[in-house]
Design a protein around this ligand. Structure first.
Ligand SMILES: Nc1ncnc2c1ncn2[C@@H]1O[C@H](COP(=O)(O)OP(=O)(O)OP(=O)(O)O)[C@@H](O)[C@H]1O
Ligand SMILES: [Mg+2]
Length: 498
């Protein structure tokens, strides 16, 4: 067909110990969205990195607009018009939003080439921000932005390039529902302009808004392609995981235990204003709220990560005054953050090291690590959580996004936690792995751990929680039992009524 802009034929790629891609195929036409689907570690990001020139293929052919191209140099891919929005952010935190958008392409003074035209830069950046309806000052430093805002800046950056192919690798993982709608609007706009889009996401419910075709990879292999409107989500899932999944949310019933955490009052400078929050042993308490509602601030305050103004908090009936995360951990509180790259993981260290990181004190005496137990511990969690990795010595940065998230989980599971706060625990995790994470949560629940699950995925909140609390503007605005929970109800508490 003439409007095929990209054709990948039999492409393979190996890393030491892993065959990431084994003769995969992919076709993309202009004006269409191809959703590339597959479990964690299926090879999706690896192929995208080959297309964007970060990795070189070992084997196979790639045709761009009918001509065979070699690829392997990011500049070359960019010049061809292949642009990528990465799964893990790629922005420079110390530069401004405008500088990040136009990095290496800053409008320069024609004669004095080294002078970057600041005013022009800011104006141009503003245009891009307007396109994605992101209401921030282009001179803000990226480090001051939320995860979601950073993601929108990434998107604005790609829009500013003259692309023919736009690759989005889990672009919505950090976005709120509203921002996702905004992104879909942008995608449909790009489609109309005749661009080809490769869209990677683990949120299958998004496909109906954008996908024209779906291509499935499994364990580095090409499995199948479907026209989206001629298939079903069940078929896609079966094809992704290679087996039928019977239950998406395997909730277990556990009798509620003692009152583990009682927050009578919690106030922080900016927005938090919490009263009467109770959490019991053996329950999963879901906290739902839109981004910016104060969910993460609440978690951080409990964990002693941020300063609070006023607090009256009890753990197992004893008044506490947690000043920092170390104290929180000592009191048996665990916290898995939403931003694994920033707080959760040491990407430059091995999987073993990361799993054992938060528990060094349990394994070491006089800070000499006992190799054997650390090793066994890491092996155990890699196996339990089915972390896909050739060995526990692998550097964490080389793991697929979803497998990184599982390492974060493993890191906390070994700890003797009584109260566990999970902030977006299944962000970026595939359907199969999600169930594995839920099962780990169930196991902890049965052991009597009190779990707070912060999530912006409504089906997950409703499917896994025993009770649900909804946040808005730093306050809890609704309390709902699981039997009464509906998406409409949760949303109505979460959205401000003006
Ligand atoms: N630089 C690297 N060095 C070693 N192994 C790597 C590297 N990059 C990826 N891999 C491995 O290649 C395989 C495919 O990873 P990839 O990131 O492409 O998966 P993915 O489909 O994007 O998964 P996810 O949905 O979790 O993001 C994984 O086993 C991963 O650990
Ligand atoms: Mg990936």
């Amino acid at each position: 067909m003439e409007n095929i802009i990209l054709k990948v034929e039999g492409v393979s790629k190996s890393f030491p110990g892993v065959k990431a891609l084994d003769k995969v195929n992919l076709e993309l036409r202009s004006g269409e969205v191809v959703a590339l689907l597959g479990e964690n570690g299926a090879g999706k990001s690896t192929l995208m990195k080959i297309l964007s020139g970060v990795h070189k293929k070992d084997q196979g052919k790639i045709f761009f607009e009918g001509k065979e191209v070699n690829l392997g140099d990011p500049k070359e891919s960019q010049n061809l018009g292949i642009n990528i929005i990465y799964q893990e952010f790629n922005l420079f935190p110390d530069l401004t939003v405008a500088e990040n958008i136009f990095i290496t392409r800053e409008p320069r003074n024609k004669i004095f080439n080294f002078i970057v035209k600041d005013k022009k830069l800011i104006e141009e950046a503003q245009k891009m921000l307007d396109m994605v309806h992101l209401n921030i000052d282009p001179t803000t430093k990226v480090s001051e932005l939320s995860v979601a805002q950073q993601q929108m800046v990434e998107i604005a950056k790609v829009l500013s390039m003259n692309s023919k192919i736009v690759i989005m690798d889990e672009p919505t993982a950090a976005l709120t529902d509203e921002e996702v709608q905004e992104l879909f609007r942008v995608i449909n706009e790009l489609k109309k302009q005749g661009k080809g889009i490769i869209y990677i996401s683990h949120r299958l419910e998004e496909l109906e808004f954008i996908a024209d075709r779906c291509t499935i990879f499994r364990d580095g292999k090409y499995i199948d392609s479907f026209i989206y409107k001629d298939t079903t989500i069940d078929k896609l899932i079966t094809s992704m995981v290679g087996r039928d999944l019977d239950q998406q949310f395997p909730r277990v019933e556990v009798p509620r235990g003692k009152l583990a955490l009682e927050v009578r009052k919690l106030k922080e400078e900016k927005k938090l204003d919490i009263k009467d929050f109770n959490l019991y042993e053996g329950e999963i308490l879901g906290i739902y709220g839109l981004m910016g509602s104060g969910r993460t601030e609440f978690a951080r305050a409990i964990f002693g990560a941020d300063k609070v103004k006023e607090e009256d908090i009890y753990i197992y009936g004893k008044k506490t005054n947690i000043k920092n995360p170390e104290e929180a951990v000592k009191q048996g509180i665990g916290y898995i953050t939403e931003d694994r790259k920033k707080d959760g993981l040491a990407l430059g260290l091995s999987v073993e090291h990361n799993i054992n990181l938060s528990m060094l004190d349990e394994f070491s005496r006089f800070s000499v690590m006992n190799d054997k137990s650390a090793n066994e511990n890491a092996e155990k969690y890699v196996k339990d959580l089915r972390i896909k990795v050739p060995s526990i010595d692998q550097l964490t940065k080389n793991l697929s996004g979803g497998n990184q998230q599982k390492v974060v989980l493993g890191k906390w599971l070994g700890k003797n936690v009584k109260i566990l706060i999970l902030d977006e625990p299944t962000r970026g995790i595939d359907v199969g792995a999600k169930i594995e994470v839920y099962e780990v949560m169930n196991r902890l629940k049965k052991e009597g751990v009190a779990i707070i699950m912060i999530s912006s995925e409504l089906p997950e909140v409703i499917g896994m929680s025993d009770r649900i609390m909804v946040m808005r503007d730093g306050k809890f605005t609704g309390k709902i039992n699981r039997q009464d929970a509906t998406e409409e109800k949760l949303l109505s508490y979460a959205v401000s009524r003006k």
